[in-house]
Design a protein around this ligand. Structure first.
Ligand code: HSE
Length: 437
């Protein structure tokens, strides 16, 4: 059978890895796909830089040369960002080409429009590489777990922030120092704000929630809080209480809607996912039939991400002659079956909390604090008061609460901060048991 022709938009870390993997494993990939997958053209920003990697592969600096090339069957978009990636993908679809993309930002923001256009045109848009790099989590959710009603998922889906948190814990390092190290190691996005403020994780969570629950992409409704305000003390106190702090993306089906949130989270240290360290990623998915399942691997990097891109290329190659109705739907559920379940406002989310405050070590201080919590129906699970430092009058108090409603905790925090005996702000970090039940 004649080869299927692929055009690459971008020949950087992931594009280069894709070319390398396709070349090195050409024979096995052909045996799996049923025909050769051949890259016939690549669009790059800098011809001189790309020439060595590209070898004989024809290059262009105009990405529309690839998107409009009638000889190309599949366009692989690896340039990232919203524009011109969106325009290129839309044009590729309009030209009747299948698209493979690693662009989480694009899929999370414009996925609804892109999938509708692809559906109308009868082409596939595959995006395994957009979430958790080499981990086949899209495949697992869309196909492997298709029997299940997904109850919740929780993922470490940003390697940069996980690396920073791991270093803060292992070395007692301060946030700013480790961020610099992560940038030097090349983990961080071009704009590290996306990594450390949870935005990159929220893009990926948005995509996961859509295919887990059969809802449209709703990035703008995701709650996003990053790790830049975490202190070494919180990391240490969490550890002393038997917890690790991870930046988690959580999507949960609650009674009144869907929780969609990214924030630092205390997790019991005995959970496997609490032990995912460095730049690695992991996603824990709870299905009603299968129970909890955990997916672990490299969330970024050249060949791990290429592994996902090539898997999509093989899928598209196998299915491109199939009747569009016989393919796996983009968002796992049939397009006319997407649910309008609301995303819950953060105030309505239910979870447990770690609260750290600094208070004067005087009679009645704790009584005031616990009264404020009790008045809002917040039950305390554990409490620690640290020894005051040499010559200090104030002490750190750490409270763990049982599961409660976020708005009650916010109201209690405002009251506690207003006490004369409490200094400064209360540090609030959410806590999830991630239990199998
Ligand atoms: N900057 C991302 C991360 C890369 O740190 O996980 C992969 O999306």
């Amino acid at each position: 059978m004649k080869p299927i022709h692929v055009g690459l938009l971008g020949l950087g870390t992931v594009g280069g890895g894709t070319l390398t993997v396709l070349t090195r494993n050409a024979e096995e990939i052909t045996r799996r796909a049923g025909r050769e997958i051949r890259v016939v053209r690549a669009a790059v920003r800098n011809l001189d830089k790309a020439k060595k990697l590209a070898g004989e592969l024809p290059l262009t600096t105009n990405p529309f040369d690839v998107v409009d090339d009638p000889a190309i069957d599949i366009v692989v978009e690896l340039i990232g960002g919203l524009e011109p990636a969106r325009e290129l993908v839309m044009q590729a679809i309009a030209n009747g080409k299948h698209v493979v993309t690693a662009n989480k930002h694009l899929v999370a923001k414009h996925g609804n429009e892109i999938f509708a256009a692809a559906q109308a045109k009868g082409v596939m848009v595959a995006f395994e590489a957009a979430v958790a790099g080499g981990i086949p989590i899209i495949k697992a959710l869309r196909e492997g777990l298709t029997a299940n009603r997904i109850e919740w998922l929780a993922g470490i889906i940003n390697g940069t922030s996980n690396f920073i948190l791991t270093e803060m814990r292992d070395k007692g390092a301060a946030f700013a120092d480790v961020l610099k190290q992560a940038q030097d190691l090349g983990y961080a996005e071009a704009d590290p704000t996306f990594d450390i403020e949870g935005i990159d994780a929220a893009h990926k969570l948005t995509i996961l929630s859509a295919i887990a629950f059969g809802i449209p992409m709703q990035f703008d409704r995701a709650y996003t809080e990053g790790i830049s305000k975490l202190t070494r003390e919180d990391v240490k106190y969490a550890e002393e209480l038997g917890y690790r702090i991870k930046l988690l993306g959580i999507a949960r089906r609650a009674e009144a809607g869907i929780e969609l949130r990214v924030h630092p989270t205390l997790i019991p240290e005995r959970r496997l996912i609490a032990n995912v360290d460095g730049a690695m990623n992991a996603v824990l998915v709870k299905g009603d039939a299968v129970g909890p399942t955990l997916y672990y691997g490299a969330g970024a990097g050249s060949e791990p991400t290429a592994s996902a891109v090539v898997a999509d290329l093989v899928d598209v190659t196998r299915l491109h002659t199939a009747d569009p109705h016989h393919r796996v739907p983009h968002l796992a559920f049939q397009p006319d079956q997407l649910a309008a379940t609301p995303i819950l406002p953060m105030d309505e989310v239910r979870t447990a909390y770690y609260l750290r405050l600094r208070a004067f070590d005087r009679p009645g201080v704790l009584a005031d604090i616990t009264r404020i919590l009790a008045d809002r129906d917040i039950s305390i699970d554990a409490m620690v008061q640290k020894e005051p430092g040499e010559g200090e009058e104030q002490v750190d108090i750490i409270l763990l609460t049982h599961v409660t409603v976020e708005k009650n905790v916010n109201a209690a925090i405002a009251k506690i901060e207003a006490l004369d005996t409490v200094a400064g702000k209360v540090m609030r970090i959410r806590l999830e048991e991630l239990a199998a039940r």
